[in-house]
Design a protein around this ligand. Sequence first.
Ligand SMILES: Cc1cc2nc3c(=O)[nH]c(=O)nc-3n(C[C@H](O)[C@H](O)[C@H](O)COP(=O)(O)OP(=O)(O)OC[C@H]3O[C@@H](n4cnc5c(N)ncnc54)[C@H](O)[C@@H]3O)c2cc1C
Length: 319
Amino acid sequence: MKELCIIGAGPIGLYAAFNAGLRKIDAFVLESAQLTGGQLNLYLEKTIYDVPGHKAIKTKKLLNDLYDQYKTYENDIPIYYNENVLSIEEKDDYFVITTNRKIREAKKILFTHGGGMFTPRKIEGLEAKNIHYGVYDLDRFKNKKVVVFGGGDSAVDWANLVVDVATSTHLIHRRSEFRAHKSSLDLFLSKKGIITTPYTLNAYKLEDENVKSITIKHKETNHLIELEVDEMIVCYGLIQTKTDYNQWLVRNEEGLIIVNTDMSSSVNGIYACGNGVTYLGKQKMLTSGFGEVVTAIGAINFELHPEQKVPKYSSLIKK
Ligand SMILES: Cc1cc2nc3c(=O)[nH]c(=O)nc-3n(C[C@H](O)[C@H](O)[C@H](O)COP(=O)(O)OP(=O)(O)OC[C@H]3O[C@@H](n4cnc5c(N)ncnc54)[C@H](O)[C@@H]3O)c2cc1C
């Protein structure tokens, strides 16, 4: 049985996974979304000014760096995506974690759930194997006819990525104006990307659970265009669903887990940190969350391995 289950792969969960790896804790991460980063995905293009050691850092860069740091231990500490934790059951000296997909077990739990779940907004009623909500494997888009829906930064960023490898990339938006930066749109056009606005999805044809072609309709003229599709990327934003604590055992207040100074919750063996916790003076900020991770992982490690003499400082830990 694994020693630790980390719930949530936002910035704090990613840093927790890295810290668990550093302390040689046998862990895994459950993330309800198909992507890491939690709330950072809401402001990827913005600049953050209060991360220690960085005068200014773009959110997207911080997220890439956090993921890169986590990757040091990705083979030992896997992230299981699309696993929404529904309930926790306490056994004698371990926990049973039920998700929408599986029943898992771990000796300890660390909640880094941020207080809610992020799920991509979907096209109503449309599910298909070739619909994506981001680009996680660029090879999949190689030599394909790709259609990207959306008008924000993510849509244009993903379009700019796939346009380099795809046969054709159509960016379709329901408005004539984009929320995305003009420079990103210019870049897309310079790479021979095709922008079609103001059009919305009107119809689609499915074959073997894949979208094979779509028809898009001009918002004013009703003009129809039919496009063949190999892969489709939908960037309609993320929806946050607040955590329902009924099945999570821990004591909570106004949607947040009440923790002690060592980040332990009301249940022995369950810890929590990040935006989903509350204590006197709690600041819902990245640096506070990162500090809480160090405290929580230290306490969890001590519970799991009281005999272990692991150096406190990472500079003294040999890889
Ligand atoms: C617009 C904006 C600007 C911000 N600017 C700054 C700033 O400048 N500086 C700063 O320090 N902070 C800033 N913040 C706050 C910062 O983003 C948060 O403090 C940080 O994201 C909290 O990280 P977290 O990992 O605790 O939670 P989240 O980022 O919310 O991540 C939680 C993760 O857990 C997953 N999850 C939730 N429930 C479940 C479940 N049941 N099962 C499995 N997975 C689950 C979610 O899908 C998500 O991926 C900003 C926030 C916003 C919205």
